[in-house]
Design a protein around this ligand. Structure first.
Ligand SMILES: NC(=O)c1ccc[n+]([C@@H]2O[C@H](COP(=O)([O-])OP(=O)(O)OC[C@H]3O[C@@H](n4cnc5c(N)ncnc54)[C@H](O)[C@@H]3O)[C@@H](O)[C@H]2O)c1
Length: 328
């Protein structure tokens, strides 16, 4: 009976209950899209306090979702496993500088979660998200389509927000994508932006000027750093984006968003548009890029591949050292 009840539950596990994880859990309670949210964090006092505080937000009866603390093993059996665990950027620090610390955390997470529910979808939020998504594919053993990163979905939301101001049209009526790395080498696919069904260049002729594009791209690329400089983290935007992605997965919604996933022809994970459903990436949605955009994409992929190679060497050196220590 208990086992049957277990199968009827829909569970989202959130690994890491710092600023992003706790805000995501709160957003999931308010949506609500699953029967329980499991939080996991090695800081046990923080974990317990976050669970109690979040549970207090459920007693008024406006959500049926329960929140509880769990282990990595429990998290491994969830329908969706969201990884926010890891160090965050300090003011002025780049996302890529977090790699070494967060890659080691990622490795330890997978060894403690194993064996993972084969139907789980893994959603990476921790940074550098594209590189961690690449390694999570290998470490999780899940099918490629079930391992995704939030990627540039947040940057794209910021882009739509900026264009909404400029065009005085609701952000929800704007189709605009930031693609590539969730980081400095990201680029805007200007040639495909549409306001309703009207190409941006017709809806807003000034949008073709270099000055306009620089202002918008600087805003999109620099938004996180500017927020972190003043409040030490970004949490609401990414939590909202991650909760929406969880909803597209849970409801098999087939929504198109730019997400980070493996690009076989580029040899790395980066953001391109895809249809999202219960199995994660249902299929990539091809986008027509003009030649400067295609060049930016290739440059971005080359940069990410170089970082992946460096990280692979670091992991191999760690393994050699570990083996030598065991044998000594
Ligand atoms: N992808 C995006 O758009 C985006 C946006 C904002 C933040 N982030 C990233 O999200 C990550 C988290 O940011 P934050 O502000 O919540 O940081 P935080 O420091 O507030 O929280 C991180 C939490 O992870 C926990 N943790 C460490 N090891 C763990 C493990 N093995 N298992 C479970 N939990 C573990 C820590 O104890 C901590 O509580 C950072 O890497 C940050 O850069 C990504």
């Amino acid at each position: 009976m208990a086992e049957q009840h277990q199968k009827l539950k829909t569970t989202i596990a959130v690994l890491g209950c710092g600023d992003v994880g706790a805000t995501l859990a709160y957003t999931l309670l308010l949506k609500p899209i699953c029967s329980e949210v499991i939080l996991v964090d090695p800081k046990t006092a923080l974990l317990e306090a976050q669970v109690r505080d979040l549970a207090d937000a459920t007693y008024r009866g406006n959500t049926g979702t329960k929140v509880k603390a769990g282990t990595h093993k429990d998290a491994g059996q969830a329908d969706i496993i969201v990884i926010t665990a890891g160090a965050k950027q300090k003011p002025g620090e780049s996302r890529l500088s977090l790699l070494s610390r967060n890659l080691h955390i990622l490795e330890s997470i997978f060894s403690s979660m194993s064996p993972i529910n084969p139907h789980a979808v893994l959603l990476l939020v921790a940074n550098p998200v594209d590189i961690l998504t690449y390694f999570a594919r290998e470490l999780s053993g899940l099918p490629e389509s079930q391992v995704i990163g939030t990627g540039t979905s947040l940057d794209s939301a910021r882009l739509r927000g900026k264009l909404s101001e400029k065009t005085e049209v609701s952000a929800s009526s704007i189709d605009a994508y930031v693609l590539g790395e969730h980081g400095d080498s990201q680029f805007i696919a200007w040639s495909s932006i549409a306001i309703g069904t009207t190409p941006l260049r017709l809806a807003l002729p000034e949008s073709t000027t270099e000055e306009f594009r620089k202002e918008v791209a600087d805003h999109t690329r620099g938004a996180a750093a500017a927020i972190i400089a003043s409040k030490g983290c970004t949490a609401y935007g990414v939590a909202n984006i991650a909760a929406s992605i969880c909803k597209y997965i849970m409801y098999d919604q087939r929504t198109i968003r730019p997400l980070s996933f493996y690009q076989p022809e580029l040899g790395c994970c980066l953001s391109m548009p895809a249809v999202i459903g219960r199995k994660g990436i249902v299929r990539p949605m091809p986008i027509v890029l003009n030649s400067p955009e295609q060049e930016e994409l290739e440059k971005c992929a080359a940069g990410l591949r170089a970082i992946i190679e460096g990280a692979e060497q670091e992991l191999a050196a760690d393994k050699t050292l570990e083996k030598a220590l065991k044998e000594s």
